[in-house]
Write a protein that binds this ligand. Structure first.
Ligand SMILES: [Zn+2]
Ligand SMILES: [Zn+2]
Length: 185
């Protein structure tokens, strides 16, 4: 079953007075999030709660929003999977596509965390940009804990749970090899 997300709004319905919209959508209505989960980036454990506030400003529409959900990711050091809260806020400026000159100027002025997108027609579908914001928020190198010790590169044990003797034995091996060399010569 392919359900479409209905996160659309008519441009004419957006006025200077902020309009609040809220959605609760399972991740699998967003094709790009399905791709991320398939690729092993993370597992979405809960639907996405999306709050948007849209208003008209000068020649563009300002949409600020937040997304919360729960994800399961794998620690980049010890590979253990753990659950993490997804909680992000964003602001997107929507500018009508035929105002290209204006849009370029805005892009230069925009702060780093502001996204500028153009739209065509009288309807805006927020879903792809919202999914994009979620993807940007996913941790590139998730850590189960800032202090995670990771896996031993020699024997592969989880150093958070076991203290292996690898470093010492590598050293002993080298040391005895050196000794033998001396004895032999
Ligand atoms: Zn870890
Ligand atoms: Zn080891």
């Amino acid at each position: 079953m392919n359900r479409q997300v209905l996160m659309k709004i008519k441009v004419d319905d957006i006025t200077e007075k902020p309009k609040l919209l809220s959605f609760e959508e399972p991740f699998d209505v967003f094709p790009s999030l399905v791709e991320i989960q398939k690729a092993g980036g993370c597992v979405f454990l809960a639907p996405l709660s999306i709050e948007l506030k849209a208003c008209k400003e000068y020649d563009h529409l300002r949409v600020s929003g937040s997304v919360t959900s729960k994800i399961r990711v794998n620690c980049s050091r010890c590979l253990t999977s753990f659950d993490s809260d997804l909680d992000l806020v964003f602001t997107i400026f929507y500018t009508e596509a035929n105002r290209l000159g204006v849009e370029e100027e805005e892009l230069e002025l925009a702060e780093e965390d502001l996204v500028s997108v153009s739209y065509v027609g009288n309807e805006i579908d927020f879903s792809s940009e919202v999914a994009e914001q979620v993807i940007m928020e996913l941790p590139l190198k998730p850590l189960c804990n800032d202090e995670c010790k990771g896996l031993c590169p020699s024997c592969g044990v989880d150093l958070n749970e076991v203290d292996c003797e690898c470093e010492r034995s590598v050293f002993n091996l080298k040391f005895s090899a050196l000794k033998n060399f001396r004895v032999d010569s």
